[in-house]
Design a protein around this ligand. Sequence first.
Ligand code: GTP
Ligand code: MG
Length: 341
Amino acid sequence: MRFVDEAIIEVAAGDGGRGCVSFLRQRAMPRGGPDGGDGGRGGDVVIRATHRVATLADHSYLRHFRAGRGQHGMGAGKNGHAGPDKVVEVPVGTLVVDVQTGEVVADLAADGQEVVAAQGGRGGKGNRHFATSTHRTPRFAQPGEPGQQRQLRLELKLLADVGLVGLPNAGKSSLIRACTAARPKVADYPFTTLTPHLGVAELDDGTTITLADIPGLVEGAHQGAGLGLRFLRHVERTRLFLYVVDLASPDPLADLATVRAEVAAYDPALMARVGLVAANKLDLAEARERYAEFREGAEALGLAVLPVSALDGVGVKELLAEVGRRLADPDQARDDGGRGL
Ligand SMILES: Nc1nc2c(ncn2[C@@H]2O[C@H](COP(=O)(O)OP(=O)(O)OP(=O)(O)O)[C@@H](O)[C@H]2O)c(=O)[nH]1
Ligand SMILES: [Mg+2]
């Protein structure tokens, strides 16, 4: 299915039903009192996060969602039924933003979490509420209130503990394959990965770590080169960045610098995110030759380096254990990846 991570929708809650004007009519009592019932309230539009949907593809064209209107009040004191709610399902991790005000309406980060995106109108009161000792035959009732309407932007930001960031071909997807059950496509050409996806790794002590694999970044990504920077939003809320570097490349330190510069161009605040470096492809002799120098250079930037081969799995377990330690360490996790919003 197409991966879509942004959509604009219009939501309209139901109007409240009209209050009723009616008078009791009985053979024995030809001029009875007012008995008009109240209108029912209009239905709400509710946005609910669910694991059942993975993308916003269903909402990618301007879509309208309308809840039911409240039933009008009736004679004999009968109130109208409330209008049915309309539920819009979105993937977990969807941010709901009011287009007009820019206000964040909700950050739906958990399965089942929901928000009333448009409130149904109140039903009008029937004429029986308006009888007084001096005015016994009110010939009016309240209209229902209109339902709320607004335009909303839905923004999906995958939720993961770790974001894999690197140049195309660095081995990000291979690393996800080596440490989780996820099976993203791996190939020896750039931009194999076109859409973000998640994998879940399990440590020896049973804790699980969710990793987000995103398309590779290239120099100039912030100006739109390659697939651009838009996928970085999916690692924006991770607590740790795992920079994946191909040590068999001619200048791995320059590669690391390129990627970090693109991250900084996206949001300078992300440079403060806890970072680790996976020095990949160490099964290759030329990669091993470059390792010592690379490690020294990366450590000078304050980044710890872990040697791995995503291809044969060497070092992957140690890498995950280190990631787990950092995630568990409150000092390292101080930067909460914006989740404390
Ligand atoms: N020798 C060796 N090759 C590797 C290793 N890890 C990945 N590769 C190869 O490098 C190429 C790219 O790997 P991917 O995992 O697709 O790289 P990626 O970073 O996900 O690339 P994009 O999705 O294009 O950004 C593939 O041919 C892999 O087989 C490794 O540890 N050793
Ligand atoms: Mg990939």
